[in-house]
Design a binder for this molecule. Structure first.
Ligand code: FAD
Length: 338
């Protein structure tokens, strides 16, 4: 469970940016009862590292990726309540659910990472978020030194956000299980333009076909490695803020939200600020997906961080909008001896 070495443990295979950073110790509990001791030793809690940017060598890290398994709690003709371990791979879990006849997660196919972290940032794609399917979350609270079950309503699940990103909870609560409430009837969400464009009749009755379609759309768009997906969140604006932006950018696309605010695409703001393909050291704004920052192979953490800051500054100057990172930036320890 516990790996430590003088000079540190390489972390390049434990996060998707693939940076040459290390950790003072890598703690990999394989059973839930190992979590309390592991949590005591760890400064950071990770899943599969697909939404982090380590700014250098890290203090001890706990990854929940080896906590596996699931249990059906209840199954009726309408729904299934199933408890799944945090370390299960998200995409594998989505596919498994479809094969069992448990529906709702199809549009979230091929999102990298683990089940536990899916809740941390309330993952979403193609018109679906995980939040409506989450019933409760179970885990170890380091501060209270106790196991806790939190109903979804207590987790403030919002747009790419949750209570687990707040200082009192971040790295203090190790999610070990998530209870999901899924449907037994397939009711596909086919509203997103990329999906609508496919218009294949099989999408209406074949959930596995929808899953494969989403995978194919994503594979065309995003690099498989060397990024953490979207680096920034889409800004959410109040009406006067949108009106101000429209004076500078009359053709900015926007999406009205139920609370009266508007979501605008960060990718558009970055693209129209002329940053597509912009390079800084070994890091680049993806030439086709400007919301994605990539490691071209030899980027340092500082290259990526400087690029992210350059994007933020340019977008602020051009459009007066602050882009908030979606990726979690991890503060380092002083560089470890080789
Ligand atoms: C190519 C690519 C495409 C992506 N596309 C999407 C997308 O379409 N939609 C989307 O929403 N996201 C997307 N992402 C982001 C990423 O897939 C999700 O954020 C995912 O949920 C991260 O899972 P992880 O296990 O890798 O988490 P990590 O990166 O390891 O951790 C992410 C955060 O969760 C916390 N955390 C992780 N596990 C636990 C745990 N067990 N207990 C407590 N805290 C924990 C960490 O402290 C950290 O703050 C994409 C990423 C990539 C690389």
């Amino acid at each position: 469970m516990f790996a430590a070495a003088s000079g540190g443990i390489p972390l390049d295979k434990y996060h998707t940016f693939g940076l040459a950073v290390r950790t003072q110790a890598l703690i990999l509990p394989a059973r839930e009862d190992e979590v309390p001791e592991a949590a005591q030793k760890a400064a950071y809690i990770l899943g599969e590292g697909s939404n982090i940017l380590p700014l250098g060598d890290l203090p001890p890290v706990l990854s929940t990726r080896y906590l596996r398994g699931y249990a059906v709690l209840e199954a009726t003709s309408d729904l299934v309540r199933v408890e799944v371990a945090a370390g299960e791979n998200w995409d594998g879990w989505v596919r498994f659910c479809i094969t069992q006849g448990w529906y709702g997660l199809e549009n979230l196919a091929a999102i990298p990472g683990s089940v536990g972290a899916a809740v941390v940032q309330n993952i979403g794609a193609y018109g679906v978020e995980v939040a409506p399917w989450v019933e409760s979350i179970y885990g170890w609270n380091k501060r209270l030194q106790a196991w806790q079950r939190l109903p979804a309503e207590a987790c403030s699940l919002g747009y790419r956000s949750s209570v687990f990103q707040m200082p009192a909870w971040q790295d203090q609560f190790v999610i070990t299980r998530v209870v999901l409430r899924l449907k037994r009837r397939y009711e596909p969400v086919l509203t997103y333009p990329d999906v609508v464009r496919r218009k294949h009749p099989r999408l209406l009755y074949d959930p596995l076909y929808l899953y494969e379609t989403i995978r194919a759309i994503r594979a065309e768009k995003l690099p498989a490695e060397g990024s953490a997906g979207s680096f920034f969140k889409n800004p959410i604006l109040k009406e006067p803020e949108l009106a101000d932006l429209q004076k500078k950018a009359p053709d900015i696309p926007f999406h009205p939200l139920p609370d009266g605010r508007y979501k605008v695409p960060a990718a558009w703001l970055i693209d129209k600020a002329g940053l597509k393909g912009y390079r800084l050291g070994g890091a680049q704004v993806h030439p086709r997906q400007p919301l994605v920052l990539v490691n071209l192979g030899n980027a340092t953490p500082q290259d990526l961080w400087a690029l992210a800051q350059h994007v933020q500054k340019t977008v602020a100057e051009r459009w007066g909008i602050h882009l908030e990172p979606e990726v979690r930036v991890l503060a380092p320890v002083p560089t470890l001896e080789p």
